[in-house]
Design a protein around this ligand. Structure first.
Ligand SMILES: *[C@@H]1O[C@H](CO)[C@@H](O)[C@H](O)[C@H]1NC(C)=O
Ligand SMILES: *[C@@H]1O[C@H](CO)[C@@H](O)[C@H](O)[C@H]1NC(C)=O
Ligand SMILES: *[C@@H]1O[C@H](CO)[C@@H](O)[C@H](O)[C@H]1NC(C)=O
Ligand SMILES: *[C@@H]1O[C@H](CO)[C@@H](O)[C@H](O)[C@H]1NC(C)=O
Ligand SMILES: *[C@@H]1O[C@H](CO)[C@@H](O)[C@H](O)[C@H]1NC(C)=O
Ligand SMILES: *[C@@H]1O[C@H](CO)[C@@H](O)[C@H](O)[C@H]1NC(C)=O
Length: 772
């Protein structure tokens, strides 16, 4: 079925676009002119239509016997009789045609002549010359009229005649563009009743509610009539009462309401009461037939409207109130012998916002520190979508040479109260946040000679110590794991009102699900619970409501069983929930924290490793709570996408072995991780799938994106075909890995390995082999 294919296609392409995080409140119409609301639930969720067989238009795709498919359209194969009849018709038509052409060329506009053309158009509504001729005729008549006395009655009757001809033509072919166009032209003369037109449209659209031309014409008429949004809204209400299984009516409702909200932008209370009524309204439909999906789409749209919040600063690196040692950065505590490799004394400053925003620059965020002039600081987006909105902004500060010994440096970051930091849904930051931290810069007492051998980094289980047992480090973790910038920055944007609505909807949804097992109801409940969770985590009073992650995970678990076709989508959403749970509290995250290194000779700086292995994760989330991570073990999951990891600017060791990454380009987020030293991507699916669409989404290094200072010749001369490895080149040329494991991927061969050694001069170990 075409509708299903379209959906599948959409789901696939949407997953790849997930990084865009752009709110698409508008919608598109698919090939059938059906309007489908596209709903986005903020940054960490995706939107998709996980319903198999969403037979929006059973009528248009129904296979009839004796039909054949041409260009995807079913046509009848004519029978013998029909063929003869059509041959006769063809002769008639030819006669009519030549008569008509004679009249047309000689500019004859008599009554009889017009009748001929009307007959022609009735047989063939696509006859453009025919319509054109009638226009000329009407124009001729009108011009003649204005010379004498304008007689509105006779003008009316001429135009009515035209409408009648169009109507007959439409009876023959409801989709005739020429006929609809002619009708518009007649109406634009301003002598005909638009009410009649609307009545006619209602009649026509009852026959075929999905006709694009009719919708188009309807828009034209409402423009002529200047029907207000309120009236239109009422019209959709009537239609929904008539039959609530009506996607276009629900969709139109969402568009009309968006307009109304925009118009009365300031009056939040109005929006609140409208949304409350709408929830009630759609609930009637949902309770009547829970398996009808049209209302659920609208419900999801309403949910999105309810949790739209002002953006605010969610977390940062370094965290507010922390006292960090710069030596801790850049993996130096893990690789003491690598000191000489990283002479730069750079440290990252990362701001994580609650929504993708734009407008972060030195005038909206100011840094107060004696070593830096605020104006010199350049903020860059990480993982920006194509519109330039990003949830994560960062800059690198370079510690000046004269700052040697232990010395405190205070950096204040004000996110100023400017309307300039704007989220993609148009809200602006209305609160100032500030973070204060200090930096310790230890003197270099552990100089290491250059060229010293770098031992292979091993990540065996015996190297890890459960962190829970090392309570003295808990306080360190506590400071690392802070989330709240400052109490006052908790979002005031969402009121108790959203919490009330969502709790109410959750109760209704549970009630509904107690008597039915409907898929989209379960999905809606899962999303409602996550929305509630989001509000709670943003500090909105929750009246003691607790988050039940187990319940949400259970819902996704059911969905995967009920609807295996869209298992990937459910896995992705469920991964996000699981990560929320893992990071929800100190206690829970501690269960996944390990201390790396020899416990008998504790390192100068403790290094924590977060081990999230074997959790069936398929993607990354809750990154805002993990900005402190240096070592991350994600092995033995189902990870397909690592989008989001780019925010972990301190990450130096990453274990992605035994996952489902299927191309090098899927590793693109790693390109922003300048401190990454050890990477294990062994036993993934790189090169295992012949067609890899992701590959084409990222630009080839052969094109303009690559700076010219790259010496391609050097590579080509060495026998490596760069064209075969451009994706490798694209991902790894900016990395400074010391150790890489890629075995167990279909793509690996000796040529690739030697290419990787060439590409990364810093690389010492590749699949356990030393560079030399
Ligand atoms: C309502 O519309 C749907 C789809 O257009 C149709 O399948 C259904 O039969 C209609 N129901 C009624 C009661 O007319
Ligand atoms: C669906 O609603 C639209 C108005 O939005 C209406 O024109 C159309 O006739 C309705 N379709 C059905 C099948 O009721
Ligand atoms: C649907 O929405 C569009 C955009 O607001 C409007 O122009 C059109 O008249 C609406 N149609 C119906 C039937 O509500
Ligand atoms: C910062 O961004 C705002 C809004 O985009 C702009 O008006 C302002 O000129 C920018 N300031 C600087 C220093 O770039
Ligand atoms: C990564 O994970 C795998 C599987 O759990 C393990 O064998 C390996 O030692 C880990 N460490 C590194 C550095 O890859
Ligand atoms: C990387 O992961 C693979 C697969 O689990 C493992 O065999 C290998 O030892 C790991 N590499 C290192 C350096 O730990």
């Amino acid at each position: 079925m075409r509708s299903t294919n379209y959906m599948d296609f959409y789901i696939k392409s949407e997953r790849y676009k997930r990084g865009l995080n752009h709110l698409i409140a508008t919608s598109v119409s698919n090939v059938f002119g059906i309007y489908i609301p596209f709903i986005n639930f903020g940054s960490n969720s995706l939107f998709f239509f996980p319903w198999k067989g969403l037979h929006l238009n059973k009528k248009s795709v129904k296979e009839e016997s004796g039909t054949e498919k041409m260009h995807g359209i079913y046509r009848k194969t004519p029978s013998q009789d029909e063929q003869e009849a059509s041959a006769l018709k063809a002769i008639e038509l030819r006669d009519l045609q030549s008569q008509f052409l004679h009249l047309h060329h000689n500019k004859i506009y008599t009554k009889e002549a017009l009748e001929t053309s009307a007959k022609l158009l009735e047989v063939n509504p696509e006859h453009y010359t025919g319509w054109n001729y009638r226009k000329l005729a009407v124009q001729h008549f009108l011009n003649h009229q204005s010379e004498t006395e304008a007689d509105s009655e006779s003008i009316q009757s001429v135009l009515n005649e035209e409408l009648k001809v169009v109507e007959n033509a439409l009876k023959k072919n409801f989709k005739s563009y020429g006929a609809w166009y002619h009708r518009k032209w007649v109406l634009s003369k301003g002598h005909s009743s638009t009410d009649n037109e609307l009545r006619l449209l209602v009649k026509f659209q009852k026959l075929d509610s999905r006709n694009f031309n009719a919708w188009n014409y309807r828009r034209f008429i409402t423009m002529l009539k200047k029907i207000s949004d309120e009236e239109e809204l009422q019209y959709t209400t009537d239609m929904i009462y008539d039959n609530f299984s009506n996607y276009s009516a629900w969709h139109n409702r969402s568009v009309l309401l968006s307009h109304l909200f925009e118009k009365r932008g300031e009056r939040q209370s109005h929006k609140e009461s409208v949304l409350e009524e709408e929830f009630e309204f759609v609930r009637n439909a949902l309770f009547t037939d829970p398996d009808d999906q049209s209302g659920w789409f609208y419900h999801l749209w309403l949910l999105d409207q309810t949790v739209k919040l002002e953006p605010f600063l969610l977390s940062s690196w370094p965290p507010h109130g922390s006292s960090r040692s710069v030596d801790y950065l850049d993996g130096r505590n893990l690789f003491p012998s690598m000191h000489s490799l990283s002479k730069d004394r750079m440290f990252p400053l990362v701001l994580y916002f609650s929504e993708p925003v734009e407008g972060v620059n030195s005038s909206t965020v100011t840094i107060e520190c004696e070593y830096y002039a605020n104006e010199d600081v350049i903020w860059r987006p990480l993982s920006a979508n194509k519109f330039g909105f990003s949830q994560v902004w960062f800059t690198y500060l370079n510690l000046p040479d004269e700052v040697h010994s232990l010395k405190d440096c205070h950096v204040k970051v004000f996110v100023a109260q400017f309307p300039d930091i704007v989220s993609s849904s148009g809200f602006s930051c209305s609160q100032t946040s500030h973070i204060v931290f200090s930096l310790c810069v230890p003197s270099h007492d552990r100089e290491h000679a250059e060229g010293q051998t770098v031992p292979r980094f091993s990540w065996k289980d015996k190297e890890f110590y459960s962190h829970a047992t090392q309570s003295h480090d808990a306080s360190l973790l506590r400071s690392l794991h802070q989330l709240k910038i400052a109490e006052e920055s908790k979002s005031k944007a969402a009121s108790d009102w959203s919490m009330k609505i969502i709790s109410n909807e959750i109760a209704h949804c549970r009630e509904l699900l107690s008597s039915t097992n409907c898929k989209i109801g379960k999905l809606t409940l899962a999303r409602l619970l996550m929305a509630q969770n989001k509000l709670i985590s943003y500090g909105i009073p929750n009246d003691g409501i607790e988050v039940h992650y187990e319940e949400i995970l259970g819902l996704y678990h059911d969905l995967m069983k009920l609807d295996p076709v869209h298992i990937c989508c459910y896995e992705d959403e469920s991964s996000l929930v699981l990560l929320k749970q893992v990071t929800s509290s100190m206690e829970s995250i501690l269960r996944y924290c390990y201390q790396y290194g020899d416990s008998t000779s504790p390192r100068m700086y403790p290094c924590l490793c977060l081990r999230l292995n074997g959790l069936s994760l398929s993607q990354i989330g809750s990154v805002e709570r993990l900005l402190w991570i240096q070592m991350l073990d994600l092995s033995h999951n189902k990870i397909r996408s690592i989008e989001g990891l780019e925010a972990l600017q301190l990450l130096s060791c990453l274990n992605l072995s035994n996952n489902k990454i299927c191309s090098f380009t899927a590793l693109e987020p790693l390109r922003s991780l300048k401190s990454l030293k050890v990477l294990n991507i062994s036993y993934n699916e790189i090169g295992a799938h012949a067609v890899n669409t992701r590959r084409y989404l990222c630009s080839s290094p052969m094109t303009h994106t690559v700076e010219n200072d790259w010496n391609f010749k050097e590579f080509t001369n060495s026998g490596v075909k760069l064209t075969n490895h451009w994706d490798v080149f694209f991902i790894f040329r900016d990395l400074n890995l010391i150790q890489l494991d890629i075995m167990g991927n279909a793509v690996v061969n000796d040529q690739l390995k030697s290419f990787l050694f060439k590409l990364m001069p810093s690389l010492k170990w590749l699949d356990g082999e030393n560079r030399n």
